[in-house]
Design a protein around this ligand. Sequence first.
Ligand code: HEM
Length: 151
Amino acid sequence: MRRKKYAIGMLVFLMVLQLLSLSTAIVAAAEAPKEGAAQEAPKEGAAKEEAGPAFEAPKLKPGDYPQTSWFNSREAVWVASQVHLFFGAFVLAVPIFVLVIEGIGVSTKDERYDHMSHEIMKVTMTAFSLTALSGGVLTIFLLAFYPDLFK
Ligand code: HEM
């Protein structure tokens, strides 16, 4: 009986998650420019802000990036951001699993689940430091190797 309740709870939780992602997709679709809108000629006297974004993204050429002798600066930024995202995704996702495992432990009153979730959280705590460290490295790399970042 308790297991059935837990299974229903999990299903509801997953459905809420699914609905959340669906609502994000609906908002994105509503905000996307309508088909054919690009072809319409802009009305005379229309405010400039309506025509496009307030700030244009800088169009950089390879020569604009700082040249480094023994490594490629663009690849260095890419590697740093990938490492940061891997650890970031890990530390944001794992606590959700830990919560689910704790939930199973509470509903089954089996202490092994509690121990398991504590062990997993210990690993996550180390990953938190590595995420912050790689975030710091990424910030420095962006500042050093990404021209026009703050323009
Ligand atoms: C444990 C803590 C952290 C987590 C979970 C985390 C997670 C993330 C995630 C998910 C992104 C991607 C955001 C996106 O795609 O829009 C991101 C981007 C970034 N993070 Fe972190 N981060 C953490 C700590 C830090 C720290 C301490 C720093 C700097 C000292 C940092 C610097 C950055 C930078 C510069 C970016 C790129 C910004 C951008 O893409 O707009 N992060 N972080």
